[in-house]
Structure formats: structure tokens, C-alpha cells
Ligand binder design. Structure first.
Ligand SMILES: [Fe+2]
Ligand SMILES: [Fe+2]
Length: 471
């Protein structure tokens, strides 16, 4: 027997340009999103063209296929799938964005946003995407919402479980008990048949980087689910949703280890394509990144284009603060999904901090921070190494490390690490002294720990992995 390879992508979020791709309202929406909007069709076409020529046995997509479930986005996206299907098997799962769970589909024209956009109902998904999963499956489990989880054999080695984890029966992501039991049965059956089970779902089962950032992206039953999967014998699960590229592991109380690969969004930086290969004694994982795409007739370098787009979510905040436009700053925060009313009294200090930091150089910030008592002092050598940078640029570089799982690693002894640690020691230092019910405020101490994960990428590689097994 040979080997079997599957390439996974996630969160393609296809956006139809017929919904508007210019004007003030569209620009505001686009600038508030780490991933692209009007470029999605071009990025997906280039990625599918690359995949059609690759040697993988199948292409899998881990949910959030469309921008927000708009029917026109689904129709355009499915056409792209049918074209790729001429050369590759394709297995997809849908997620909450594919039936517009927030019931707020939008189109943009000039200054205006309209919500009169037809969407695909969750009950229509099973039929609409049956050529990309259930039609090839040997088993399926229909959820109460309509879409179905399925089990399909890929090549000689792998049984793929495409799982729909939209609802757990209590209005959160996850599975009802009968669904969870069905999945565990399929895992055991695959192993009994001498195949490697590989599962794909949309939501996270491990909070990557820190629960502070990603707990909300997980199923609330995540521990129960991941322990059940690991104990049934599953070694590897692919997820999307967070738009971050990470690999982490978990060991169940019974001692069974499982790895979760969080595949970042294809239409945002760093546009990862993650290939899982199973041979006779191991599963190996390798990550590639989209190199280029053609947009409106122009060939673009995908990595620099997507990185520049992603950091706009930060630069537009700095720009609003630099203009001293408090209302614009508030609107930008709202567009990022931040509840400014909940921020309450913290809104003004946040605005003032952004205003103060806008255009501040690392040299100015370093000198200022080093004068504050109790903060972590930044060595002059590190300040000098980044003297040509602004604080905004340091924050943007750090943000890219969050998205790409630290492709550029900054170790504890690096100048960059010392600068970022110094900057964050200011709020950490303040909050360490604050007490709620006699306990220290966890928020910023956790943030400090997260900085290490973000800059170093954590203890595991976020790009490659090897798991040895015996079937
Ligand atoms: Fe998404
Ligand atoms: Fe999602």
C-alpha cells in the first residue's frame, strides 16, 4: 500500500463582488476585516489552480465557505468547486457563516449598507453541497439543522470524518450526545478497518495561544469532545474558524494524545494550505502558503498583499486616533466586533493611548517605558536595533505573528522580544496591583503569557508535525 495525502484549507469566505466592491461603506467594512473581501474569488481561483496541479488525493475545506451565507456567494463558490472537482476529489463541511447565523447579510453601495440579500437556509445546505461530501460517503449523520456529518474513505490509508459542529442542542457549537457517539463509532471503525481516521470540523477543541483569545472560538463542551475523540483513537483533527495557523496537542485523562491543527483562513494572511499524509507507520503534516494570485489582470505577491491587508485593522485605529476623531475610532472598534458600550470608562484611556502611540518611535517609547517604575526595562541595545521602527509597526509585526503561528520566531533573548515584553509590562504592571474580590486581574497576566506564545510560536511547530502509530 502507498500513502494517502489530503490538503486542507479553511475559511474561504467567498464574497461575490456583485454585493458591492467600492464606495465608502464597502471600504469601511473591508478595512475592518483581517481577511480580504473583494479579492476572495481571485485568491480561491489561484489556490484551486495550484491544488489542481498538486499531487494530493483530495482537497478538504473546514467550513465558512462563504462570506456570510449569501446565496450568490454560495453559487459562485460552488462553480469553483465543480471546476476543481474535474481534477481532485473535494470534501467540504459548512459552518455557521454558511447559513448566515447572525441573520445580517449585507451588500454595499456608496455610503449605504443594505440587508436585502437572499441567503441559503441551513436546511438547503445538504442538497446544495452533496457533491462535496455526502455523495461519496459510506456513512452520514444528519443534524437537526439539516447539514450532515459524513465518513468517507480517501485513498488507501485515510478515513476522513467531515463533521458538522454547528449546534450542540444548547445553542452553542458542538454535538448532541447521539452525534458524538456516532463520530466515536466511526473513528473506531476506521481503525478496525486498518485506516487512519482524520477528522475535520469548524470550531476549535483546544484554545490556541491563550484561552483569553480563543476560548470563545471553542465549543463549550470542548474537553468532553476532545477526550472522547482521543479515547476513541483519533490522533489528528483539523479545524478552522479562528483564522489562526496553529498546532497544539491535548492528552486525555486516560493518557491518549491528540493533535489539533487550526488552519488559518485561505483569504487572509498567511493563506495556509496544510497537507496531511498517512503512510504505513506515520501521519505527517506540512504547511505551504499561497504564493501569488491574479486580481483584475494583475499578478500579485500573495504574502505581502495579504499581510498588508491584515494589518489595516490596526492602522485604521491608529489613523482615527491620530486625527483625534473619537467617533471614527469608536466606529472602527464596533466594526471589529468590540462592544464599545461594554468598554465604558475604559474607552477614553484606550483612545488616548492610541493617540499617544500614533507616530511614536521605538526610541521614544523605550525611553518613556524605562522611566516608569516596576516595568520591565528594555535594554538600550534592543531599542537601538529597532530605532527606525514606530510602535505601530511593532504592534503590526506582532499581529502577523498571531495569524501565522510565528513563521518568524522571536526568542526570549531577541531584541524584538525584549521590546514587546517591555511595552506589555506597562499594563501588566498596573493590573498586577489591581484586585477584584482579593484576586489579581488575570486578564493582563494572561496577556503577558500569551506574548511568549505569539513571539516564539509555542513549544510545537505550527507548520509541521509527525505522529507515529501502529494500526
Ligand atoms: Fe471564518
Ligand atoms: Fe467560523
Amino acid at each position: 500500500m502507498g500513502k494517502t495525502s489530503i490538503t486542507f484549507i479553511a475559511d474561504t469566505h467567498h464574497y461575490s463582488r456583485t454585493l458591492g466592491d467600492s464606495g465608502k461603506a464597502f471600504a469601511f467594512r473591508s478595512d475592518s476585516d483581517q481577511k480580504c473581501l473583494k479579492e476572495t474569488g481571485a485568491i480561491i481561483d489561484s489556490a484551486f489552480d495550484y491544488l489542481s496541479k498538486s499531487d494530493c488525493d483530495a482537497v478538504c475545506i473546514a467550513g465558512d465557505l462563504t462570506n456570510d451565507g449569501e446565496r450568490v456567494c454560495h453559487e459562485e463558490f460552488r462553480e469553483k468547486l465543480y471546476k476543481l472537482k474535474e481534477s481532485k476529489k473535494i470534501y467540504a463541511v459548512t459552518a455557521t457563516h454558511d447559513w448566515c447565523c447572525d441573520k445580517n447579510p449585507r451588500r454595499f453601495s456608496g455610503k449605504n449598507v443594505y440587508t436585502d440579500v437572499p441567503t441559503l437556509n441551513h436546511n438547503d445546505i445538504y442538497e446544495f453541497y452533496k457533491d462535496f461530501g455526502v455523495n461519496d460517503a459510506f456513512a452520514e449523520y444528519k443534524t437537526t439543522l439539516g447539514p450532515a456529518s459524513y465518513a468517507v474513505n480517501v485513498g488507501e490509508r485515510i478515513t476522513l470524518l467531515g463533521l458538522i459542529d454547528d449546534k450542540n442542542g444548547r445553542d452553542s457549537a458542538g454535538y448532541k450526545q447521539a452525534h458524538l457517539d456516532w463520530i466515536c463509532e466511526q473513528i473506531k471503525l476506521a481503525i478496525k478497518n486498518g485506516r487512519v481516521p482524520v477528522a475535520m470540523e469548524h470550531h476549535l477543541l483546544i484554545p490556541h495561544i491563550t484561552p483569553l483569545f480563543t476560548k470563545g472560538a471553542c465549543s463549550p463542551d470542548r474537553e468532553k469532545i476532545i477526550n472522547a475523540f482521543a479515547d476513541a483513537g483519533l490522533k489528528i483533527i483539523i479545524v478552522g474558524h479562528s483564522h489562526l495557523q496553529r498546532i497544539d496537542n491535548h492528552v486525555s485523562p486516560s493518557g491518549n494524545e491528540i493533535y489539533e491543527i487550526n488552519v488559518g483562513s485561505l483569504v487572509g494572511y498567511p493563506a495556509p494550505l496544510v497537507t496531511v499524509t498517512a503512510d504505513e507507520n506515520k501521519i505527517s503534516v506540512k504547511t505551504d502558503y499561497l504564493k501569488k494570485f491574479t486580481f483584475d489582470g494583475e499578478e500579485l505577491d500573495a504574502q505581502s498583499y495579504l499581510a498588508n491587508h491584515s494589518v489595516r485593522v490596526i492602522s485604521v485605529l491608529f489613523s482615527a486616533a491620530a486625527q483625534n476623531d473619537r467617533e471614527l475610532f469608536r466606529q472602527r472598534l464596533i466594526a471589529l466586533g468590540i462592544n464599545t458600550e461594554k468598554l465604558g470608562k475604559a474607552f477614553l484611556p484606550l483612545f488616548v493611548t492610541f493617540k499617544k502611540l500614533s507616530n511614536m518611535t521605538v526610541t521614544e517609547a523605550g525611553t518613556y517605558i524605562n522611566r516608569i517604575p516596576f516595568t520591565e526595562k528594555i535594554p538600550q541595545k534592543s531599542i537601538d536595533a529597532y530605532s527606525s521602527f514606530t510602535v505601530q509597526q511593532i504592534i503590526e509585526k506582532t499581529f502577523l505573528n498571531i495569524l501565522d503561528g510565528a513563521r518568524e520566531k522571536y526568542t526570549l533573548d531577541s531584541d524584538f522580544y525584549k521590546i514587546v515584553a517591555g511595552v506589555f509590562s506597562v499594563p501588566v504592571c498596573v493590573c498586577k496591583r489591581m484586585r477584584i474580590d482579593g484576586k489579581p486581574l488575570e486578564l493582563f497576566t494572561e496577556l503577558y503569557r500569551a506574548i511568549d506564545e505569539i513571539l516564539t510560536g509555542g513549544s510545537l511547530s505550527n507548520e509541521t508535525l509527525k505522529i507515529f502509530y501502529k494500526i
